[in-house]
Design a binder for this molecule. Structure first.
Ligand code: SF4
Ligand code: SF4
Length: 378
């Protein structure tokens, strides 16, 4: 990746964003939707949205992301965008399934109101899988027309794709199709084991290890100078050869913020989260949740040690984090990211140290690549 591209990506990743929910409803029923339990119908009142927008400005955010449910179903969407502008947001982005953008006058009204960027969730370029995913007849045609409309109206456009059983084999072809239309920014999202994704796990989870060649074809497109590719919650081990696409460890802060109360309860009571169990093996938070439970039980946690293959000195007195009643969850997260966020290569399975080794620190892998890990013969 060119230095310029790295700089642009880092700058974008560091920019503070404020997310604002506009609705609790959607005009699709995506087979892996993890927001279903929040979708009891209805829209968030305008005054409540304004209060939320003001909160974001107080946090120092200049960038706002309008989301839902489906934000285009809010009858006062254009007014919300104008208000965000009036409050001083310099960049207004909306995440949408794109179906309502089929209506050209509606798209123009959003432009006039001051919307800058549209992120469309378009999980395939093929009508069959697209509508198997959205479970909404006619959604493909509307969303594609919506995509063309936002491109014609010069919005910044990006596409989110949740990788799943119905689309992983055609992932690269889907991206190429969108690139052909003029979309150059993509976010590839990993499934999370909640909501409908967990309910429908047999229909959406795919053999990720065997799918690596299809994923690599998609990752390879990030080598094109004009293409900006992000991954979201995708385990690092599946990004061997494309380590620059490993998500920043700081993104864990968003994940923790999203389940803050539940995690604080673990610290207070020592009881596992209600979601813990079979789904942990599919969850991006697994290592952090395990550490939190271990800290609560043992009352301390030490820094991990570098792997034998990196031939670094083992620390005699590794850093230690001690449990205290009322301790800050986020301070522990800092410790976790600095001292415990270790990852392994898929090749570690061939190494004789595999059982006792934790792998290498994620930042080391992000900079040196997994190639730095060399398995010892069994
Ligand atoms: S890893 Fe944590 S957040 Fe994920 S399912 Fe398990 S307990 Fe829940
Ligand atoms: S190859 Fe993997 S398992 Fe073996 S020492 Fe290195 S990191 Fe550990």
């Amino acid at each position: 990746m060119s230095a310029n591209k790295v700089q642009i990506k880092n700058k974008a990743a560091e920019e503070k964003r404020h997310w604002v929910r506009l609705t609790n409803t959607c005009n699709q029923r995506c087979v892996f939707c993890h927001d279903r339990r929040n979708q009891q119908g209805g829209v968030v009142p305008f005054e409540e949205i304004v209060r939320d927008l003001q909160k974001g400005r107080r946090r120092g955010c200049r960038r706002v992301v309008l989301s839902g449910g489906e934000p285009t179903l809010h009858p006062e969407l254009a007014r919300v965008i104008s208000e965000a502008r009036r409050l001083g947001y310099s960049h207004v982005q909306m995440v949408s399934n794109g179906r309502m953008l089929f209506y050209k006058d509606f798209v123009k009204a959003l432009k006039t109101a001051g919307l800058d960027e549209v992120t469309l969730s378009l999980h395939s370029h093929l009508e069959g899988p697209f509508e198997q995913i959205t479970r909404a007849k006619g959604s493909f045609r509307q969303a594609m027309k919506g995509l063309l409309a936002v491109l014609e109206n010069d919005f910044i456009v990006s596409v989110d794709i949740v990788i799943n059983k119905l689309n992983y084999k055609s992932l690269a072809r889907t991206m190429k199709f969108f690139i052909g239309l003029g979309v150059y920014e993509f976010d590839l999202l990993h499934l999370i084991p909640f909501g409908d994704a967990w309910q429908n796990r047999r229909d959406v989870y795919y053999p990720i290890q065997k799918a690596k060649k299809y994923l690599d074809e998609a990752f390879e497109l990030s080598r094109k100078e004009q293409v900006y590719l992000w991954t979201n919650r995708l385990p690092a081990m599946y990004l061997e050869g494309y380590e620059d696409l490993i998500q920043s460890p700081r993104k864990l802060f968003d994940e923790v913020a999203g389940m803050e109360q539940e995690l604080k309860n673990v610290l207070e009571t020592g009881r596992p989260m209600i979601c813990s169990g079979e789904r942990c093996g599919y969850c991006f938070m697994e290592a952090f949740c395990q550490d939190l439970m271990r800290l609560r039980k043992d009352k301390f946690l030490s820094a991990r040690q570098p792997p034998p293959c990196l031939k670094k000195k083992q620390q005699l007195k590794p850093a230690v984090y001690r449990f205290r009643k009322g301790m800050s969850l986020y301070r522990f997260l800092d410790f976790f990211i600095e001292h415990r966020y270790y990852v392994k290569s898929l090749r570690c399975g061939q190494c004789r140290f595999n059982r006792q080794c934790d792998g290498a620190h994620i930042e080391e892998i992000r900079t040196k690549g997994f190639k730095a890990l060399v398995p010892f013969k069994k």
